[in-house]
Structure formats: C-alpha cells, structure tokens
Design a protein around this ligand. Structure first.
Ligand code: URP
Ligand code: ZN
Ligand code: ZN
Length: 460
C-alpha cells in the first residue's frame, strides 16, 4: 500500500513548508516538491495543514476507579482519539495494593489486546512499592517496553504512596533507565479539607474544588521535584494546573534540574467558575480541579517558556448516571472528564487561532515532545523519512460545533457542548493506513498496536 499526499503545508516542531509526502507500507519514505511517484492513493492536501499524528500521553480507558469504570473502552476511546487527530495514547495501568505489577499488566492487557483502533502504550502506576515490586521494574522496562512509572501523592488508601516508597521507587527506576511521573497533590491536606467540608454539610461539587486549593498542588510538586533531584531520576508531573506548581518547577530549573510538565487542554481554557453551576459542576469534577484565569495565563506562558512540554487530556469519562453517584456528596463523584477527541481541535482553535501559541509549538506540545520524553522519537512524533506514517491532514478554516450528539466518545455529555471551533481534522493516517477520512472509519478494530518504548535519557 502506498499513499502520496500532494501540496500539503507540512508543520513539524521546527519547520513549516509546502511539499509532497510519500508513504510506503507503514512509513514515510520520501518528502519533496512535486514528487513523481506512483501511489495506490493520492490525497490532495492543497490549502491544508499536515501535522504528525497527535500523541495524548494521559488517558484512562476502561479504568476501575471510584467504584466504577471510566466509560470509554479501548475500542471506543482509541477510535474517538483518531477522529480527533490523536493517533496514539498512553494509558495507565494501576497496580492493586498487595499484588504485583505483572498481575496488573495482565489485567490491562486482557481489556486492551486486540481491541484498539489507534496505537497505544502504558505507564505503570506503582501503588505499593516493596521488595517484590522493586524486582519487577527492570522487567517492565526491558521486557515490556514500559519505561515510565506513575505515582500518586493523593487518593490515600487506594493509590497513594508515601515519600519513603517514592524515594525507593525513584532510585530503582533511575538504576534501570526509566522515568517517574506523578499526580502531585498533597493527599493528606486534601483529605482533611474534604472531611471538614462534609462535617459542615458542604456537599456540592463546588466543595470538590475548595478541597484542593492551589497550595496542595504547589507543595506536592515542589516535594516531588526535590525527591527527584535527590535521587537523580528523570521526572514528569502530569496534569499541572496552576501557577504555584509551575513556580515549583521553575525553582527546580534554577538548580539545573529538568522536571517535565504536562498540562491538559481543560486547564488552559476552562476555569473554576463552572463549579458554581450547582450539580452541573460535576461535569468538571476532576483532580486537580479547574483553577483561576491567572493560572490559565501562567500555563500559556509556561508553554511558551518551555516549562510545560505537553498538552494532554487526562481523558477519564463517566456517564452522567455515574456522576450522579455523588449527587449528595461531592467526594463520591467519579473524578474525570472526556476530551481525547477534542484536544487537537480545541488547542488549535483556542491556542493557535487566538495567537497564544505558534503552529510549531502546537506540534511540539500535541505530539513531538511526548514522543521524545516517553522514548518513541523519531519513530513517532515527527514527519521525517523512516518515521511511522502517522499523519493528520487538517483544514484550518472549517468551522464546527462540539456536541455530545455527534462526538464519538462513549459518554453522554460534553464538557464543551456548543463550543464553536475553527479548524478540523479531515484525514487521519495511522502507520500508512487511512484510518479516518471525513468522519468515515477505514480501519478495523485491532489495527492499533501496543508500542514498546525505549529507555529514557538519564542526563537530568
Ligand atoms: O480526575 C481525574 N484526574 N481522574 C483520573 C485520575 C487521575 O487522577 O488522573
Ligand atoms: Zn491524576
Ligand atoms: Zn489521570
């Protein structure tokens, strides 16, 4: 199978030019002006932008959480991602406390194997670090190609580890060539505030937000950066939301330590005023919560200053019926919101079109940086000869409106209902196959592959 893409405006993290692209099998084999090649399929991309396929390194598909499962399966979640220009996701395996990493891996493989439309990988969340877990770190990296280890500084009793376990894990991951990532909020502070609000009868979604003030994230981000500095491990903070946390990594930078930071699309464009909508605010109950306008400004600036490398989603959808589990108690509302299908188009419309980020920065934060940080570059995250032909052909002028009635995510509401966007993913190619064209799916379930990742550079 070969594809010739004619006259597209190719945008990478560092270049912007009009050319033809030639794809043979799963890879890009030629780039140039007026390529004279026979192809099974020719796509005219005149007037369109051509991006590397999006990589969303923070999604939760079919994840057991807060007494239920996130509502997108590997099938529906990776297909929705493709519709929105994201050709690869990295999902999270959660170790069950008292059980092994291998046990968790097998259970996640049971749900994902053979069911994905798009490519995928896993981060391994270590929720119980002990002598047995320690032995499994090397095996995960070398045998399974799972090179990033997620930690939680919150969700005590289910997912949270203490600082002693954190240091132990960091040392072992450093030794074996991996990276430690973190949900950086102070779980004890949050639990105390939740208990206080409940005791006072303050039970609406607004109190989810008020139980996780900025300081809980700023403190944990600084502590995590300090522990990573002490152990020397490459470090990455997921879903960063606020100025205080950003300042913590800015301080780390001033001692020459690199702490990678990811924010998510919602933290750039939504704010905490949504929690004032009574129970409707449950649509945006997530952890950390939405913040203030001043935090949005800090995050956009952080992207342009190179402090924030990735814009992900933390896609973790729950149907409205599941959100209602917390009707009378905000602490029972399953945390998370749907966005994997919307990330690329929202960031283009709200970021590029509004002059907040350049086209090159757009590609960096939606694709290239994630591929580099998580050990997949240059196979993924770039348009270059020899790279996987993961391509988005994008119409920068097409207008459309987000709605749960038309989205492909398996959830009955959208946190962005009625938002009018300019810029649409038209053709999405995954490893040399047209996966989606004008909304029509052209691949089968199971085409998506598990991508083994490389060790992470340790020169931090
Ligand atoms: O609210 C969220 N973020 N739900 C998913 C789990 C997590 O903390 O990332
Ligand atoms: Zn989290
Ligand atoms: Zn998450």
């Amino acid at each position: 199978m070969s594809i010739l893409i004619k006259n597209g405006r190719i945008i990478t993290a560092s270049a912007d030019y009009v050319a033809d692209l030639y794809i043979e099998g799963e890879t890009i084999t030629a780039i140039g002006e007026n390529l004279n090649k026979e192809a099974d399929e020719v796509i005219d991309a005149s007037g369109k932008l051509v991006f590397p396929g999006g990589i969303d390194p923070h999604v939760h598909l079919e994840m057991p959480f807060m007494g239920t499962f996130s509502s997108d399966s590997y099938e529906t979640g990776t297909l929705a991602a493709l519709h929105g220009g994201t050709t690869m996701v990295i999902d999270f395996i959660l170790q069950t406390q008292g059980k092994s990493l291998r046990n968790a891996l097998e259970s996640w493989q049971g749900r994902s194997n053979g069911n994905c439309y798009g490519d995928y990988s896993f981060h391994m969340a270590v929720t119980d670090f002990n002598d047995e877990t320690k032995k499994e770190v090397k095996e995960m990296i070398e045998k399974e190609g799972i090179t990033s280890f997620k930690t939680f500084m919150a969700y005590k009793g289910a997912l949270m580890i203490d600082d002693g376990q954190m240091i132990g894990l960091m040392k072992e991951v450093k030794e074996q060539g991996g990276m430690v990532t973190v949900h950086a909020t102070n779980g004890d502070m949050i639990d105390t505030l939740i208990a206080k609000h409940k005791a006072e009868g303050k039970l609406s979604p607004l109190y989810h937000y008020l139980s996780q003030p900025e300081i809980t994230e700023a403190e944990a981000s600084g502590r995590f950066a300090d522990m990573a500095n002490y152990s020397g491990v490459p470090a990455y903070i997921v879903h960063m939301t606020c100025e205080g946390a950003l300042n913590a990594i800015r301080r780390a930078g001033s001692r020459n330590q690199k702490v990678y930071a990811e924010t998510c699309i919602q933290y750039l464009i939504l704010d905490a005023s949504l929690y004032e909508k009574d129970f409707e605010g449950a649509k945006w109950v997530m952890s950390p919560p939405l913040r203030e306008k001043k935090d949005q400004a800090a995050l956009w600036a952080g992207i342009n200053q190179g402090l924030v490398q990735v814009v992900a989603t933390d896609h973790c959808p729950f149907e409205w019926e599941k959100k209602l589990m917390g009707k009378d108690d905000f602490s029972k509302i399953p945390n998370g919101h749907p966005a994997v299908e919307n990330r690329m188009e929202l960031l283009f419309s709200e970021g590029v079109n509004k002059g907040k980020i350049s086209l090159n920065k757009y590609v960096e934060v939606t694709s290239t940086n994630a591929a580099k940080i998580f050990g997949m570059f240059p196979r993924k995250g770039c348009i270059g000869i020899g790279s996987d032909a993961d391509i988005v052909i994008f119409d920068p002028n097409e207008k459309h409106t987000i709605s749960a009635k038309t989205h492909h995510m398996n959830v009955d509401y959208s946190g962005y209902e009625g938002w009018e966007l300019k810029g649409k993913c038209k053709t999405i190619i995954l490893r040399g196959q047209v996966a989606v064209e004008n909304g029509n799916v052209r691949i089968d379930k199971g085409y998506g592959q598990f991508i083994k990742r490389s060790k992470v550079p340790q020169n931090v």
